[in-house]
Design a protein around this ligand. Sequence first.
Ligand code: 6R9
Length: 691
Amino acid sequence: PVAQPASATGEHPPGAALVGTKYVKVPKNDPSQAKEANDAPKFPIAPRMTADKGRVPHVASTQQYLEMWQRSVDKPAEFFAEQARELLSWMTPFSVAHHGDLHHGDASWFLDGTLNASYICVDRHAFATPDKVAIIYEADHPDRPHVEITYRELLRQVCQLAGALHAQGLRKGDAVGIYLPNTAHAVVAMLACARLGLVHSVIFAGFSAEALRDRLRDCQCKVLITADQGMRAGKEINIKSIADEALREAPMVQKVIVHKRTGNPNVKMDPTRDIYWDEAVKSHRPYCPPVPMAAEDPLFMLYTSGSTGKPKGLMHTTAGYLLGAALSTKYVFDVHEGDKFACVADVGWITGHSYIVYGPLALGTTTLVFEGVPTWPEPDMYWRLIQKHKLTQFYTSPTALRALRKFGDEPVKKYDLTSVRVLGSVGEPIDPNTWMWLHDVVGKGEAAIVDTYWQTETGAHVLTPLPGAIETKPGSATVPFFGVRPAILDPQTGEELEGNDVSGVLAFKQAWPSMARTVFGDHDRYLETYVRPYPGYYFTGDGCTRDHDGYLWIKGRVDDVINNAGHRLSVAEIESALTAHETCAEAAVVGAPDEIAGQCVIAFVTLKHTHIPTSEIPALLTYAVRRSIGPIATPKRIIIVPDLPKTRSGKVMRRILRKIVANETDSLGDLSTLSDPSVVQTIIDLHNNKQ
Ligand code: 6R9
């Protein structure tokens, strides 16, 4: 059916939803938006994709891509049933491949089949290729030897931990929190949960005690798996003490399993609650049967920030998610036998879930887990890893690449990177200059570049080139992945903008297997956020241009979400952390362009009458944000202002602040609706007078 514009259904007038504080920089359908896109050069299929005559890319021509994609959207049940039979292993085969739709938010896949994700990612490879390396773990310093875990050994470790979790009384459907540094142990923990049907909720180890507490409480975790300490750029992070603080207000967590990452003897253990990982697993046998799960049973939940309220726990299913992860790993990175795959994200984010853990392991590939940072101790950590392990795929973020590029080409040129066939980018729009650097300097013009656009909610890639089939353009995520039917909508009317050279908001017209099914405990919020804004469509929250070739270009978030170094930060969450502080009366947070991180956080605050501006207050407020959310949300600047720009009805005009931080004060627009237009000049002066 042709989707009705929301206004026609009377359910949710998009004008009301899209104007105001919730949705911000709405791109109009302005053909000039496509200009930059239309001027972009096009790069042919990368030489390394075809250099080895014995290895043909899984999709080897544009024609083949088009045929497969067309079938995947015209006959999704048939297409995905085939893929699900080929890539997954079923305990009970499914007979119903697909049910439900985006209109009702009830899309489901392979409904009557049963399977187990840990069996698919571990056992079947442990039986077929037991000595193959499953995980390469590289710690944060090059002098520390790396660890290799074979599939045989991985099965033992996963089973023993599953035994320990079972002994704690955990059963299918129970939630387990994982707050671990990016180590092989984190992967084992996730798979041990999956083995028993426990729903893991990984909380990125950079989140604060308060953020951890809220997430553990929201999903009612019974057990937390954590570590004594983490290591980041040579510094110890006291993970256990952060967890202890969180647990003081999360009494539902009755047991804590602690991985000895550093073995620091000063780390405190509560003997009634805490047990070291090695202690916990040693009495359990290294085999434990996997629990059959229904295809639609939850595999995990993962929290992400939106434009309003507290973070949402997005729920992913066992079969649909796993299929999306495996399918995209296979096709987008063109994974073949013998490959060594590296995604240098953190398992605390969806990128780590899909492309460190579930995708590569489902395929039986060797996956690398890197605990360190790209620039410490030297800005060559990535290149060192590629040469050392002869990595064949390398997946990173524009922020990391921009940070590395600042050190010039020399650190890259010292290494032999010829093993890499595919270089991937994810998390934020990649600017054409950074893309070109990746292409020319890292890939020597021979490796394929895949700019993969997707979200926590989509589970797997939704827009991306396939490296053997799609010519690329620097800065464009190019074309839809299998099962994805993109639409560019006029943000005001919800009308679909057909044809090329159009700009609007990005939506998807039909369900695909790996999409998140619900927000844990709040299905109405899921509907409200993703399917009600434009009924019949999944709404991404991103602006998008389709250029004259039909290539898609992501223009960034159109809602109150700041993308800092690929991390999604909610404006509302940072503002409430600020206003919770005793000195702060009001706060308005905006994203400003940032050379390295893409966007950074700038906060404008007014103080309560009881406080006068002092130089300490920004530091106190910064601390308040770090405490409430974590270091990742730290504002780059906190500017104390006498008043915020507000309409007569009292609504803060963040649009104006956004212009100020972008140094676009010559296009502030109409200020006459402000209750006090003169405040704008004061704010500009305070902003320009860098503190
Ligand atoms: C996988 C991931 C999702 C948001 C998304 C968009 C931005 C991700 C991108 C990209 C342009 C790309 N984003 N990949 N923007 N080009 N290749 O990052 O998930 O943390 O949920 O963030 O990130 O704005 O809406 P998540």
